[in-house]
Design a binder for this molecule. Structure first.
Ligand code: PHB
Length: 394
């Protein structure tokens, strides 16, 4: 008969034997836990399609690597941020505190992203921003654990101002939503346009995400500037470009914009967008093996055309992959991983790019023309444009 104590001892011995054999297991079968990626993107509202393509791009790269980055399986957690800054802190805390994600990826809207960056900084969670351009994220609010795979608002605004001045326009009006992205993009445009000899005579705006443009279009028609510079994106950009055309303005006052005005929106804008000139860090027909393979992969996976948002999501995954690879998938080696992410050169569909010292892409800005359903390259506005990173001290 076994006594209870003998049974207990036998169990301890069996457990010890098991754990010894586990320790001696060959190194070739590591059992690393999945890496938890929190996607905070808009699934509803005027930016819903943008969020969707960012996620598709991110997943495409991970899937191309067999569902793993540096040997770590990727587990996704998702929150719809609705592009609503008022809900942003609660939403990001669902990912940080409830789901305890390792990495945050998000978002589209600058105001929401600023709240994400604050929460990421406080909790020291790695954050990769795959769109929102809020200048402070890689400026005054920068942090070693915050990277961007997209752009700063200043960048496309500045690049468009260079082109508008080169075209010889002298008097410009600007129009946008009154929030960080609109205001900062207009500021970038004004800086280079006025440096190039032009003058911004009036800034027009309406609250995000309103689309009642009529009164503002009437004012443009009355003032007759040489050019209008616009920042809108997503559903709002579709409506704006159609309204601008319907008001008869396209033939009398040239419309320019950062490329978000016509990216991912051309199918819906149709004839109203044809011939519009924009600048952006991507164009559909960049004829490189990298871009061609990316677009083919995207089209096969999703039966849809890639756009700048898909590229930025794809490159967010590439950036994370580069960091993880440098530490053999060991996410606890944080300083080494962040260092590698800052130094890596991303083989992006947009062309190769590296990070500025404040961790924002240093990249070429293309001049594009809307033709059919594509934004085609007609030149380069500024090569290797780096955000000045104003106020970034870490
Ligand atoms: C932003 O809010 O930063 C933003 C949103 C949509 C874009 C670009 C920037 O297409």
């Amino acid at each position: 008969m076994h006594t209870p104590i003998k049974l207990a001892l036998a169990a301890v011995a069996a457990a010890a034997a098991l754990s010894t054999s586990a320790q001696n297991a060959p190194q070739s079968a590591p059992q690393k836990a999945p890496l938890k990626v929190g996607l905070m993107l808009p699934n509803t509202g005027t930016f819903a399609a943008l969020g969707d393509n960012i996620e598709k791009g991110f997943r495409l790269y991970v899937n191309e690597q067999g569902g793993k980055l540096a040997g770590r399986e990727i587990q996704y957690f998702k929150v719809d941020d609705e592009s609503d800054p008022a809900k942003a802190t609660d939403n990001v805390n669902k990912l940080i505190k409830r789901d305890q994600v390792d990495v945050l990826v998000g978002t589209v809207h600058s105001g929401v992203a600023l709240a994400m960056a604050r929460a990421a900084k406080e909790s020291n969670t790695l954050l990769i921003v795959p769109n929102a351009g809020a200048d402070a994220i890689t400026g005054a609010q920068c942090a070693p654990n915050i990277f961007r795979s997209s752009f700063s608002n200043w960048q496309p605004g500045y690049a468009t101002g260079v082109v508008a001045a080169q075209k010889g326009y002298k008097r410009a009006m600007t129009i946008t939503w009154n929030y960080a992205a609109g205001n900062e993009t207009v500021k970038g445009f004004t800086e280079s346009f006025e440096k190039g000899g032009g003058k911004v005579v009036k800034d027009l705006s309406l609250p995000f995400p309103n689309v009642e443009f009529q009164a503002l279009l009437t004012e443009i028609a009355a003032q007759k500037p040489d050019v209008v510079f616009a920042f809108f994106a997503g559903g709002g950009a579709v409506k704006f470009v159609k309204d601008y055309d319907a008001a008869g303005l396209r033939k009398t006052v040239p419309l320019m914009g950062s490329g978000f005005l016509t990216d991912g929106t051309l199918e819906a804008q149709g004839a109203a967008a044809q011939g519009l000139i924009t600048t952006l860090h991507y164009a559909d027909d960049i004829d490189t093996p990298r871009n061609n393979a990316f677009r083919k992969g995207f089209a096969l996976a999703y039966k849809a055309n890639a756009d700048v948002y898909a590229v930025q999501g794809y490159d967010a995954a590439q950036l994370l992959g580069a960091g993880l690879t440098a530490v053999g998938g060991d996410f606890t080696k944080r300083p080494e991983m962040l260092y590698a992410m800052g130094k890596t050169v991303i083989g992006s569909p947009r062309g190769k790019f590296g990070m500025s010292t404040s961790r924002n892409p240093v990249q070429d800005f293309y001049i594009r023309e809307a033709k059919g359903n594509y934004n085609v390259v007609t030149g380069v506005a500024v090569k290797a444009l780096a955000d000045p990173g104003r106020g970034c001290k870490s």
